[in-house]
Design a protein around this ligand. Structure first.
Ligand code: GRF
Length: 199
C-alpha cells in the first residue's frame, strides 16, 4: 500500500507540484501518494494546484493547539506529513504524534542560514552577505525547533561571484524540485520496511 502523504503549503506550491508529478510518474511503482493538501491560508496557490490534480484540500487554523490539523491527519489516515513552503510552527501535539514522520525542506545547508525568520529571499541574501562559496538544499525531520531536526538529505550548490539573491533562489529551487520528492520517497520506503519488520 502506498504511504499516504499530507502536504502542508502556504505559498506558490512549486515543491508540492514536483512531489505530485514525481509520484504520478512512478505510477504503478509508486510508494506514496498525496492524499491531502492543507493550508493555513485559504488563498494559497498550492490549494489550486492540488484541486487541479484532484487531490483533497483543506484549510485549518494554525493558531490552535494543533487539534484541527491533527483531526485532518487522522481523517485522511496520513502516514507522512510533508511541509512545502509552510511557515508556521507545527504544534507539539502534532510533533509528538507524528515524530519522525514530518519532513521539511530548507533552501540552504542547515544548520547554517536557518532558524526563525529565515525564509524566502532572506536566506539567499544572508548566504551572499556571508560570502560563502556554497549553499544548497536540506531536507530534515521536523521537531520543536525551527530548522533543527535530524537531516535526511542535502545537496550542495556553488555560489557564483555574479549571483544575486534572485539568481541563487532560482537555482536552489530547481534543485529542491529534484531532491525533495526523492527524499520523501526514500523516507516512505524506509518507513514501510520498518513497519514490515516490526509486524
Ligand atoms: C522553498 O524554497 C522551500 O525551501 C521553503 O519554502 C519555499 C517553498 O516554495 N521551505 P514553493 O511554495 O514550494 O514554491
Amino acid at each position: 500500500m502506498p504511504s499516504r502523504l499530507a502536504v502542508l503549503a502556504s505559498g506558490r506550491g512549486s515543491n508540492l507540484q514536483a512531489i505530485i508529478d514525481h509520484f504520478d510518474n512512478l505510477a504503478r511503482e509508486r510508494v506514496a501518494r498525496v492524499m491531502l493538501v492543507a493550508s493555513n491560508r485559504a488563498d494559497s496557490p498550492a490549494l489550486i494546484r492540488a484541486a487541479t490534480a484532484s487531490i483533497d484540500i483543506a484549510h485549518f487554523d494554525s493558531g490552535d493547539d494543533g487539534s484541527e490539523l491533527l483531526a485532518l491527519l487522522h481523517k485522511f489516515r496520513i502516514d507522512l506529513v510533508v511541509l512545502a513552503g509552510y511557515l508556521k510552527r507545527i504544534p507539539s501535539k502534532v510533533i509528538r504524534e507524528y515524530a519522525g514522520r514530518i519532513l521539511n525542506i530548507h533552501p540552504a545547508l542547515l544548520p547554517a542560514f536557518g532558524g526563525e525568520g529565515m525564509y524566502g529571499e532572506r536566506v539567499h541574501e544572508a548566504v551572499l552577505a556571508a560570502g560563502v562559496a556554497e549553499t544548497g538544499v536540506t531536507v530534515h525531520l521536523v521537531d520543536d525547533e525551527y530548522d533543527r531536526g535530524p537531516i535526511v538529505a542535502q545537496w550542495r550548490i556553488p555560489v557564483a561571484k555574479s549571483d544575486t539573491a534572485e539568481s541563487l533562489a532560482a537555482r536552489v529551487l530547481n534543485v529542491e524540485h529534484v531532491v525533495y520528492p526523492r527524499a520523501v520517497e526514500m523516507v516512505a520506503i524506509l518507513q514501510q520496511l520498518e513497519s514490515k519488520s516490526s509486524a
